[in-house]
Design a protein around this ligand. Structure first.
Ligand code: GLA
Length: 748
């Protein structure tokens, strides 16, 4: 056992330097052993917990930063309320386990081999190292320890996760093991925001007053899902706006079934419990073994919803995305051309080269061949699983196409969907047992494909080896990693502890966890072996976006819906939770899937809100359209670092009214960019003035308009005027758009 007093006078402070902003942010774990409390400082947030008189670890504070000398009251269990609520139910516990009369949502539910299905976890020890705190709890009767981890990040985030450890001689059955439970301050007047969606309509932002009872956001699809995204945000009614007021927010790092339960008890205690979804979950915890839960990240700010997003964006750029930890700036995304919408699977090497030639003229930096290059893949009935180049389309293999793409000054990427198989494939004919299945149940096909069981070690190895071979034998800079169906028949009768003759349904449920861990393992090994390789996470659009997959992929395809109007809502929701650097957006042909006709520039400026790409059939572009595309990509290159890595200010929501605007300010403040849109003009009204945010009041900025006729104000303007009086733009008619670039020319 660790001695808690060993750290009695230990206060660990780590300093982190943001090279880009020269901003010194700080994390500190401040134990107060005499008070049995731990104070965790991350950016402008402090989080406190303590051990109460019963030895239970209690949540004490989560809010704005507390100065080092100030203490919150010691932990003390709350009284029972009549005989209906034991103190276990009234006291906000850090990691409540089912037992001792607790009925609100619990983080842990375990059954013991002696039949006991309850736990009472008491504090045992603590360990502090750098910006990591480990608190160890132990059940009062059973040989079970729970390790709670708290990792601090200078951007203002805290990651929490747990490790459930069997220190006995018999196994335990784990029915639920959340990553963390987050208790907000007891009170009223909370608002709850969350993201839901569907194929073609991901990242829809919801907001409602927090009501008594529970609401559950979750995935049961096997992956992160389109239906809901594992992000939450709470504000206060009448206080929280886009730019001010308290916000408690967080998101999960897990790409399988997940759950976030938002509970508002009758006693006005808001609590968010989340992690791997307990639905159809079971884990057999053998003697001596541990089960580690995924990370659940959360933060707090006084700066409103916009600041919460900026904290998440900075955090993802610095700490999550691949290349994290390197001293240089994260690399902004190149301008991609993707041929899917232009050709679908109907192409040859020559038709791809024709597109690549046009793409290079349009200023594209990376050319990507999508689905259809492998096996007998002429439509979606066949080929998945057979990852060799189809000679019919590429008689000399990929090399001539890749060489031509390189000669045109672009790098090359290709589409894969590794976790899937068509029945009409050599792989399925050889290994029908690799597809997920129950022995007597028909397998459901979706898009004519089956799920491979990636929990199987042989599937994992096969997957790594063909991907490694593909990337080793071809000069491939980028993979678009797709995933186009959800799970069904999640059987695994070769799971440890199960067999065809003695199936063990509980043992087979490990499939949910193992498949995700193996996915992470394959990508991690591939990236380690090919350090320059970049990857996009796609799942029929934005079905797999979470901090687990973003630790190993560089960008995301947020939606198959590229309609410029719908995209603004999708992107507005996406930026609540994820950095614009990962938000790939292509300019595509019109009419869109909503049958909408929108001018080319409007489509471009919408796509410039994130990582600009092109997916239109460029062989059909007129010379004028190609010239406009080249002009707009050249313009985008001048603002890309600010857009992808700067601070985002959502000035006007596309969901609220007609005009919408997004503004980005470079991390070092030297540039700002305004992207402004008019959906449809009415009543001859002029476009409203746009007041900018996040500038230095005393600095002077030189303004360049993308369209000189749409901005006729002063060329050099002070930050205070830009933020106070704003700028007037001449946008009119339907689907008008422009961009304004502000370069800081002097500071006082
Ligand atoms: C999914 C993706 C698309 C495209 C197709 C190819 O739908 O979201 O972008 O790659 O698969 O089959």
């Amino acid at each position: 056992m660790l001695n808690p007093l060993a750290h009695a006078c230990c206060s660990v402070v780590s300093l982190a330097l943001f090279a880009s902003s020269q901003l010194i942010a700080q994390t500190a774990v401040r134990p107060q052993p005499d008070r049995q409390q731990w104070y965790l400082d991350a950016g402008n947030m402090t989080y406190v917990m303590g051990v109460n008189e019963q030895g239970i670890l209690q949540s004490l504070y989560w809010g704005t930063k507390l100065s080092a000398g100030g203490f919150v009251p010691r932990a003390k269990s709350l009284p029972e309320r009549a005989s209906q609520y034991a103190p276990a139910a009234t006291t906000p516990q850090e990691y409540p386990a089912y037992g001792a009369g607790i009925f609100p949502e619990t983080a842990l539910k375990v059954n013991s081999s002696n039949g006991d299905r309850t736990l009472i976890l008491k504090y045992e020890s603590a360990k502090v190292s750098d910006s990591l705190l480990e608190l160890v709890l132990r059940d009062t009767k059973e040989p079970l320890r729970v390790h709670l981890y708290y990792q601090l990040f200078p951007e203002g985030l805290l990651a929490r996760w747990s490790r459930v450890e069997n220190i006995g001689k018999n196994s335990f059955g784990v029915e639920n093991a959340a990553s963390a439970a987050w208790n907000l301050p007891t009170g009223t007047g909370y608002t709850h925001r969350w993201l839901t969606g569907m194929w073609g309509g991901e990242f829809q932002l919801n907001q409602e007053p927090l009501k008594a009872g529970k609401s559950v956001q979750e995935s049961r699809t096997g992956h992160t899902s389109h239906e809901a995204n594992p992000w939450f945000s709470f504000g206060k009614e009448g206080e929280t706006t886009e730019e001010s007021g308290p916000v408690w927010f967080g998101e999960l790092g897990w790409s399988g079934n997940w759950q976030i339960v938002t509970e508002y008890t009758s006693l006005h205690q808001p609590r968010i419990t989340g992690g791997i979804n307990p639905f159809d979950f079971h884990w057999t915890l053998e003697a001596g073994a541990s089960f580690v839960t995924p990370k659940f990240y959360a933060g707090y700010t006084d700066g409103g919803d916009g600041q919460a997003s900026r904290i998440l964006s900075r955090f993802q750029l610095q700490e999550i995305l691949p290349k994290r930890g390197e001293t240089r700036e994260p690399k902004p995304r190149p301008i991609i051309y993707n041929s899917w919408e232009a050709t679908e699977m109907n192409f040859t090497g020559d038709t791809q080269i024709a597109l690549a030639e046009r793409a290079a003229k349009a200023g594209v930096e990376r050319f990507v061949i999508d689905d259809g290059w492998f096996g007998k893949r002429d439509d979606d009935h066949a080929g998945l699983g057979d990852w060799t180049v189809t000679p019919k389309k590429f008689p000399q293999g990929l090399k001539p196409v890749i060489d031509r793409v390189h000669a045109l000054g672009m790098d090359f990427g290709i589409w894969v969907e590794p976790e899937m198989v068509n029945r009409d494939s050599d792989l399925y004919r050889q290994h029908p047992e690799w597809a997920m299945q129950f022995p007597n149940r028909e397998q459901s096909e979706e898009r004519n494909q089956l799920m491979l069981n990636l929990a199987r070690p042989d599937v994992k190895e096969w997957m790594f080896h063909w991907l490694d071979k593909l990337v080793s034998e071809n000069d491939i800079a980028f993979l678009k990693w797709d995933y186009n169906r959800i799970w069904s028949e999640p059987g695994w009768n070769t799971a440890p502890g199960s067999s065809a003759s003695h199936p063990n349904p509980d043992a087979e449920k490990a499939i949910y966890t193992e498949a995700v861990r193996n996915l992470y393992n394959v990508i991690d090994r591939l990236r380690a072996k090919h350090p320059k390789l970049e990857i996009e996470s796609c799942s029929s659009g934005g079905g797999r976006v979470d901090l687990g997959i973003l630790e190993r992929t560089d960008e995301v395809w947020p939606s198959d819906n590229t309609d410029a109007l719908d995209r603004q809502n999708i992107q507005y929701g996406y930026t609540q939770a994820y950095t614009t650097q990962t938000m790939v957006a292509w300019v595509t042909d019109v009419p869109s899937m909503d049958h909408r006709l929108v001018p080319l520039q409007y489509r471009f400026v919408v796509a410039m809100q994130g990582a600009l790409g092109i997916g239109a059939d460029l062989t059909k572009f007129s010379d004028a359209d190609l010239a406009l595309s080249a002009k707009l990509t050249a313009f985008y290159k001048t603002i890309r670092t600010t857009v992808q890595q700067g601070k985002l200010y959502r000035l006007a929501s596309p969901m609220m009214g007609e005009p919408s605007q997004m503004e980005y300010v470079a991390e070092d403040g030297s540039q700002a960019v305004l992207l402004a849109f008019q959906h449809s003009q009415r009543l001859l009204l002029a476009y409203p003035g746009v007041r900018l945010r996040g500038l230095e009041p005393n600095a002077m900025y030189r303004l360049h308009a993308l369209d000189t006729e749409k901005y006729s104000g002063e060329a050099v303007v002070s930050g205070s005027v830009l933020m106070g009086a704003g700028v007037n733009l001449t946008l009119g008619g339907d689907y008008d758009s422009t961009a304004l670039v502000l370069e800081r020319v002097s500071r006082q």
